[in-house]
Ligand binder design. Structure first.
Ligand code: R5P
Length: 296
């Protein structure tokens, strides 16, 4: 049987290698450069005819021409006879602007989903930010597999943190904080958050005196500006807790976010859905397993 072929987008080569190793998949090669006028050139380094190919690349900062590279590669794969073209996007971007919060705003989650659904046959991703939409099927018209990093994070906490108290910084995080806590056999609490702008949040804490002396472990799906983790850390320390261990699935850490969170945390850990110096938990076995199940 021909093996599944993984085609990494620029920047995703190391992740695709780990995934290929975990699942026994073949790796394809994509040459890409810019023309003198700045436009993007893409060339497949293999013949995809009759193959099942999965393009691999996280889609953070996707407007930063990653999306066009994906589009060019997906079309080239199809035109040259690939039997099926999938997308493995360990981080799926444009999931947070999922409503029109202010008059006139574009609901970019919908547009992005429509564009991606037109390019590939199926999607595999890890912990997409599902808040106002309950499932990717409400946005994407292609089959979409949603994987969860919670068991891997729970195992990491059980191994590396003594007497943990798992904390979700806001109501949305309850879904993964509770699962992580169950897996780590630890208690958990959920805080509440009010957001006043891209970089302004306020965190409210319940009385956590019953957990005094435990090591707080803040769990969030995304660290972007880092303000959620910083505010939650300050609130926890205000109740006498030690600086938290911060664990995130998707380490975006834009601008000075990493420096801010570093000051507020005793340790920062992330999964490798986005390549980042804080990566300590690999989701490649999780994805490899899902792909193995999907392979006919
Ligand atoms: C919120 O809805 C998410 O779950 C994260 O809490 C949020 O995206 C983190 O953003 P930031 O790092 O900018 O506070």
């Amino acid at each position: 049987m021909t093996r599944r072929l993984l085609l990494p987008l620029p920047g995703a080569e190391a992740f695709a290698e780990r995934l290929a190793l975990a699942g026994g998949f073949e790796l394809g090669d994509l040459a890409t450069r810019r023309f003198p006028d700045g436009e993007r050139y893409v060339r497949l380094g293999f013949n995809p005819a009759g193959r099942e190919v999965d393009i691999v690349g996280e889609l953070s900062r996707a407007d930063d021409d990653r999306f066009l590279t994906l589009a060019f590669a997906a079309d080239a794969l199809r035109e040259l006879g690939a039997r099926q073209v999938g997308l493995i996007a360990p981080y799926l971007g444009y999931m947070r602007q999922d409503a029109r919060f202010q008059p006139g705003e574009a609901i970019t989650s919908r547009t992005f989903a429509r564009l991606v659904s037109g390019l590939v046959d199926r999607l595999v991703t890890v912990d997409p930010h599902l808040h106002r939409f309950a499932a990717l099927s409400e946005l994407y018209t292609i089959p979409a597999v949603t994987l969860h990093a919670a068991p891997l994070i729970g195992d990491w906490i059980a191994r590396d943190v003594e007497a943990p108290l798992v904390i979700g910084p806001d109501a949305e995080s309850e879904q993964w904080a509770s699962e992580v806590a169950a897996r780590a056999d630890a208690p958990f609490a959920v805080l509440s958050k009010q957001r006043f702008g891209d970089r302004e949040v306020r965190i409210m804490l319940p009385d956590l005196a019953a957990f005094a002396g435990r090591q707080p472990v803040l769990i969030d799906d995304i660290a972007s500006s880092g303000r959620t983790l910083v505010a939650a850390s300050a609130a926890l320390q205000g109740q006498g807790f030690a600086p938290p261990v911060c664990v995130v699935v998707h380490a975006i850490f834009g601008g000075d976010a990493l420096a801010r969170v570093t000051q507020a945390a005793s340790r920062i850990v992330s999964t490798d859905t986005i390549a980042h110096p804080t990566n300590a938990i690999s989701v490649s076995p999780l994805i490899a397993d899902a792909l193995a199940k999907a392979t006919p």
